[in-house]
Ligand binder design. Sequence first.
Ligand SMILES: Cc1ncc(COP(=O)(O)O)c(C=O)c1O
Length: 385
Amino acid sequence: MFSRRLAAGLQPNRLALAVDQARVAGRLRIDLTTTNPTAVGLPYPAGMTTALADARGLVYEPAPFGTAEARAAVAAFTGLPADRLVLTASTSEAYGFLFKLLCDPGDAILAPRPSYPLFDLLSALEGVELTAYRLDADGGWCIDRSSLERALSSRTRAVIVVSPNNPTGSRLRAADREWLVDLARRYRLALVSDEVFADYLFADRPDAASLAGESRVLTFTLGGLSKAVGLPQMKLAWTGISGPDDDVREALARLEIIADSYLSVAAPVQVAAGRLLEAGAAVRRSIRLRLERNLQALRAVVAAMPALTLYEPEGGWSAVVRVPAIRSEEEWVIGLLDEYGVLVHPGWFFDLDTGTHLVVSLLPPPETFDAGVRSIADAAARWGA
Ligand SMILES: Cc1ncc(COP(=O)(O)O)c(C=O)c1O
């Protein structure tokens, strides 16, 4: 009766069951997997949402790419031209639009590994094949070019780049951007650059690069309120389209039909977009301070425990810690949950497939974060590392 877009037998795995049980029994004390900025005690400016009550939100003005006012607000924030912006309810929806735009069922998209786990589902839901290309851990998670070349096929339509990447925090290098642009031109591929974490950078990297506004190949650059101002519940994201004029024109004409079939961005958030982006500067600052503070605390714990290794993130909201292979990742996670009430992600959740890794969010409140990472160090010592 059902399509094969979703795998048969949607049974929760052992880890999901253990987490559910710990939650029900009240044993889960410290959640280091949370990436919900509205649930970690950050201050949001009073009055930030008053514009949502603007009476203009009562008027329905269907606009496939978003209202002129909202696009102008996003253009002012991103520096991307308003007439080359498409607003969607989320970045996830933007991926759906792009896969419909670029792929026939069975066509393929290349995505980095390790990276954001939702890509698997987002592509499967569009009938699109997701093929992984590797990021090179030893090279600071830069693109493994030979792996990307091997992943190419006659059905490949686009390459996704995530910068900063989730969970490694690594950024696209300028040299890799040049290489990618050249490859995309040769094979007539589009580039999809997920830059949702671009506002959260930890260090200057002169060799890092953005694809926003890239004019040599058809390029889609994604961002949204979710990360830019810590408001995922507002449901407003954007895609900037750039490239050779003919390709951009054609892409916009087709995207207009796709977007017009959904018209999913609510009027109130479009009316409020300018105000949310403006007031959001304070939220962004608080998030940045929180990330830097927690990263510093993590560095200190790892420095005192030689068995742990931190992959220094260059940006983003998470960090990858290499732990000794005295247990499997799943045993580490379940052990931390059972013995310490601490929840972390196993590396495999993000397709980190060599070595034993745990992934922690850098967003939790400081006391929670510190207690959580101290538990990881304590477990490493107790379990014989
Ligand atoms: C790399 C990446 N892209 C996109 C998103 C989702 O953003 P949105 O809330 O706009 O769908 C996330 C969420 O964590 C992410 O990590």
